[in-house]
Design a protein around this ligand. Structure first.
Ligand code: PLP
Length: 460
């Protein structure tokens, strides 16, 4: 069947899909009533569906297509690799040129304390790897009681049982009796979401939230705590940008206490915050860094974990074999896609483009949206943005959750204004590809405003 032209109708695809495809993170009954949107092609920052409608992809797929769609360099690199060597494993002292080259290229852009990468197939698997490796590290140091992971409420680290336990998504925990024992969570540094606590500046608030880590370590006993894991900026939780005081305080606590610091760079990595790593943006020095998404710009499924010399040393010296790996760890086609995507980031200076061009422009445009009567706050960092929808702009009072205002805004944005943004509760979030032109970014902001105007009409 020709994959490019749709030889069946949208209704055909929807019927096949409804009958046989169980979607991730979807209410299947609701989805089957409405029918899926069938996206069939894409170029640059534009998606096209099977009815020929075009959309600006304000989410880079799922925060991953950073170099944009239709990059022939990546397609060619993957095709070449599949012809040369479609698969070989990296277990048992084997490698192949693509894995070796990609590992070296990644080490060259990693923070200085990190010189090794373990390959996985997703962000979730990366965090399962982190969980096992961090525990082995403490075993190697003769401290086997250090087992507990501290994460954050509303943090997201993936969907496997371990990653769900590390994360702090109440809805996910509620469905499966998670987290497992051995996981603790502190509050997130979400100043606006906590109702802009009276008498506390964002900076004071950020510091207080960070100090919860210290209190949690004391409560659990430092001798029992393995690591703290957090996203530099919480993505799936609603683009929650911490006050500047937050991360330095976390770093201080991790320096003073004997626990590992893990920054989950699955969204923030590869330039999203305006430097290569979220850790770099916030000036922290993690011991482990899970990565995925932007690693291949979504052209192949892939994840990984950057391992600091501090962790790698004792494990290599004392653990012998690390009994952990995935059949497709370092898959040749994924490595080829990753290498090609990394070269694009470097040759087109896209990380610098985020920092110097896109981030300042988005900050200005999003600040411009803040005067809308339905908007309580807008915030951006790098090429990430959020819009808080509220009932009362002055007090920050939210709409009744049952109204589903965020979902209404998302549906208007996609369905009427051809702009894909995501809704997390009543927070609209955006994370566009780095190849977006300035005109396209202006157009995106104009469509966001038109969505807000329509929403206001609908709510009155
Ligand atoms: N970590 C973070 C910060 C993420 O945002 C995600 C996915 O959105 C994951 C981990 C899980 O990645 P994956 O969906 O590739 O398993």
């Amino acid at each position: 069947m020709n994959q490019q032209t749709n030889i069946r109708s949208t209704a055909d695809y929807q019927a096949m899909d409804a009958a046989h495809h169980w979607h991730p993170f979807s209410d299947m009954a609701d989805l089957n009533r409405k029918g899926s949107r069938v996206i069939s092609s894409a170029q640059g920052v534009w998606l096209t569906d099977t009815d020929g409608n075009r959309f600006i992809d304000g989410m880079s797929g799922l925060w991953c297509v950073n170099v944009g769609y239709g990059r022939e360099e990546i397609v060619e690199a993957v095709a070449r690799q599949l012809r040369d060597l479609p698969y070989y494993n990296t277990f048992f002292q084997c490698t192949h040129p693509a894995a070796a080259e990609f590992a070296e290229a990644l080490a060259n852009v990693a923070p200085p304390q990190m010189n090794r990468v373990f390959f996985t197939n997703s962000g979730s698997e990366s965090n399962d790897t982190v969980f096992r490796l961090a525990r082995v590290y403490w075993d190697c140091l003769g401290k086997p009681s250090k087992k507990i992971f501290i994460g954050r409420k509303n943090g997201y680290h993936g969907s496997t049982a371990t990653a769900t336990s590390m994360g702090g998504m109440a809805a996910m925990h509620g469905q499966s009796g998670l987290p497992f024992n051995g996981f603790a969570h502190i509050d997130q540094p979400y100043w606006y979401g906590e109702g802009r606590p009276e008498g506390l500046s964002p900076e004071e608030f950020g510091k207080l939230r960070a100090k919860q880590l210290e209190a949690k370590i004391d409560e659990l006993g430092e001798e029992n705590v393995c690591a703290f894991i957090a996203e530099p900026i919480q993505g799936a939780g609603g683009v929650i940008i911490p006050p500047e005081s937050y991360w330095p305080e976390i770093q201080r606590i991790c320096n003073e206490r004997e626990i590992l610091l893990i920054t989950d760079e699955v969204i923030c990595g590869f330039g999203r915050t305006g430097s290569w790593w979220g850790a770099e943006t916030y000036g922290v020095t993690p011991d482990l860094m899970p990565i995925a998404k932007g690693m291949t710009s979504g052209y192949q499924p892939m994840g990984g974990v950057f391992i600091s010399d501090k962790v790698a040393g004792p494990v290599m010296e004392k653990a012998g074999e690390f009994y952990h790996g995935y059949t497709y760890s370092g898959h040749p086609a994924a490595c080829a896609a990753g290498l090609a995507s990394l070269r694009i980031l470097q040759e087109e200076k896209l990380v610098e483009r985020v920092r110097d061009v896109l981030a300042p422009r988005m900050a200005k445009l999003w600040a411009g949206l803040a005067d809308h009567p339905l908007v309580g706050e807008t915030r951006t960092r790098g090429f990430l943005g959020a819009i808080e929808l509220v009932k009362n702009k002055e007090t920050g009072e939210r709409f009744d959750g049952d109204l589903g205002v965020g979902g209404m805004a998302r549906d208007l944005s996609v369905g009427k204004h051809g702009l894909v943004m995501r809704a997390v509760g009543d927070t609209m979030i955006a994370s566009p590809p780095y190849v977006m032109t300035e005109e396209e970014l202006d157009e995106m902001a104009a469509r966001a405003r038109a969505t807000l105007d329509d929403l206001a009409d609908k709510l009155t």
